[in-house]
Design a protein around this ligand. Sequence first.
Ligand SMILES: Nc1ncnc2c1ncn2[C@@H]1O[C@H](COP(=O)(O)OP(=O)(O)OP(=O)(O)O)[C@@H](O)[C@H]1O
Ligand SMILES: [Mg+2]
Length: 406
Amino acid sequence: MASMMQPQIILLKEGTDTSQGKAQLLSNINAVTAVGDVVRTTLGPRGMDKLIHDDKGSVTISNDGATIMKLLDIVHPAAKILVDIAKSQDSEVGDGTTTVVLLAAEFLKEAKPFVEDGVHSQNLIRSYRTASTLLDKCVESGAKVVLSRLAIGDLATQYFADRDIFCAGRVAEEDLNRVAAAAGGTIQTSVLGTCEIFEEKQVGGERFNIFSGCPSGRTATIVLRGGADQFIEEAERSLHDAIMIVRRAVKNSTVVPGGGAIDMEISKYLRQHSRTIAGKSQLFINSYAKALEVIPRQLCDNAGFDATDVLNKLRQKHAMQSGEGASYGVDINTGGIADSFANFVWEPAVVKINAINAATEAACLILSVDETVKNPKSESAQGDAAAGAMGRGRGGGGRGRGMRRR
Ligand SMILES: Nc1ncnc2c1ncn2[C@@H]1O[C@H](COP(=O)(O)OP(=O)(O)OP(=O)(O)O)[C@@H](O)[C@H]1O
Ligand SMILES: [Mg+2]
């Protein structure tokens, strides 16, 4: 099922918002929240699709965060930052685009009451950045084994050892390939082998030359068929995501438990950490921790589960002293909770690390803007030129720094 929507989101007509300071900040947060609300229902295996049509009459049905963000004609300068982080997440890791948008929106939503109460955004930014830095270490706590064909230096060995990760360097390529194959990976080779069967086959309206039983062939062709172009395009995008995920998992064997498990675990870790901090930043880090819960909550909402109930159970599990509840996430089949690791709901750590860091940076960037200045010259210019007023706010450390006001 897909929900119909207009392609253009006019959050605020350009030029109408002349507010400054707190009012501007709140208006930017509202704009970003509106964009987050568009993609939130697409998260997870039970997520819904969006049907996007433009004035030229072309229709796209998609569940892919990056595709939706790209097609929405977002005119609000602050909200455009979310389009940029979705794009950069897509090109850097190929997945997690809905997650990154949702997280950035949630970080800001949690910051909103503080901004309303007159907390200076620089204080929030400082706490958010601290929380994000702590995460790298924690995200990797889900890792089990790291294998490398090259030698792993002393420093890296120590780094992994400190994080309780087993690592092995100089692993024979053959062994690595076997592991890759076991992980379901496809490895492209330039070597052509022989094949057992060559046949020409009619599939639908087209004829295909099929080589099968290739002993050294490691590539596969997937023929997608469907009733309408839109379905085929969306199937191709889904497959692309799936292949990218496998590729990531093969290249970078650090995985974390999915289904919101890693998000709950980091959230718990940050809450515990915040108790050791005096002053207001304790509250800010707590808000950041709470925002991370949006992932399991949205997974529940999209599947029609009672999110409050599931989240309570998850919090309890993750609070266990023994740490045995650390990989518990949403069980999409039963509406309860389950060990995501045991259920093979895994995500490459790099997808999560990238998403959390980019979302944090985007939130901090938006928090650091207290006025949007429009260049009158750009008024006549079309499209992208207008974005110049805002700077390109791609996610990632330190980008867009020129905009900070203090
Ligand atoms: N079988 C499952 N059970 C529970 N959670 C799952 C399952 N499969 C995927 N998930 C969770 O769904 C989320 C990913 O959803 P989705 O692929 O829709 O969004 P995304 O990866 O952030 O964005 P996109 O794929 O659009 O780029 C992750 O949090 C993942 O752990
Ligand atoms: Mg995905």
